[in-house]
Design a protein around this ligand. Structure first.
Ligand SMILES: [Zn+2]
Length: 167
């Protein structure tokens, strides 16, 4: 899933169940792994270096293309944050900004942590990286023509369920 979807759905799920920022962060973080196995489309990262021998050996090359990737990822995350705030404040009527922010950060965080793993090969992050790679591998790659509407649909499904629960 793209970061926007992770941020928005993370916010929807977390704010449905809690108004505590720490719990919201944890729910947001967990929601990342509920979304990743759903068949989806991801935009290509040009600096991404795939290792066919082992998924744990993937890497990102720090160069010109990385800057471009960083800008795209940043725009994606920013857009996700803005839409999350709009939905949480005006549709779900969440009253505290910290809860929304914590949910957004929790929902997105697993992906930057992959980057940290690729760059540090930290043993601390290894179990999470293995789990993330495994669960993401459960999903199918989908053509963007279906992939984008599907992510919007995923958001709408979670939003509808949340509104029903909150009623
Ligand atoms: Zn992920």
């Amino acid at each position: 899933m793209i970061l926007s979807t992770h941020a928005i759905v993370g916010t929807i799920i977390a704010t449905t169940f809690t108004s505590n920022p720490y719990i919201a962060f944890s729910i947001g973080f967990a929601s990342h792994f509920i979304l990743d196995p759903i068949p989806h489309w991801d935009y290509k990262l040009h600096s991404f270096k795939k290792d066919l021998e082992g998924k744990l050996n993937h890497d990102m090359v720090l160069g010109k293309t990385f800057i471009v990737d960083l800008m795209r990822v940043g725009t994606d995350a920013m857009l996700g944050m803005i839409i999350s705030f709009i939905i949480a404040l005006y549709v779900l009527k969440v009253s505290t900004l910290q809860v929304i922010l914590a949910s957004v950060i929790g929902g997105i965080l697993p992906d930057p942590l992959q980057f940290v793993y690729w760059k540090t090969r930290s043993k601390l992050l290894l179990p999470l990286q293995k789990f993330h790679t495994w669960i993401h591998g459960r999903s199918l790659d989908i053509h963007p023509i279906y992939g984008v509407p599907l992510q919007i649909l995923v958001v709408l499904v979670f939003l509808s369920v949340s509104l029903i629960i909150k009623k």
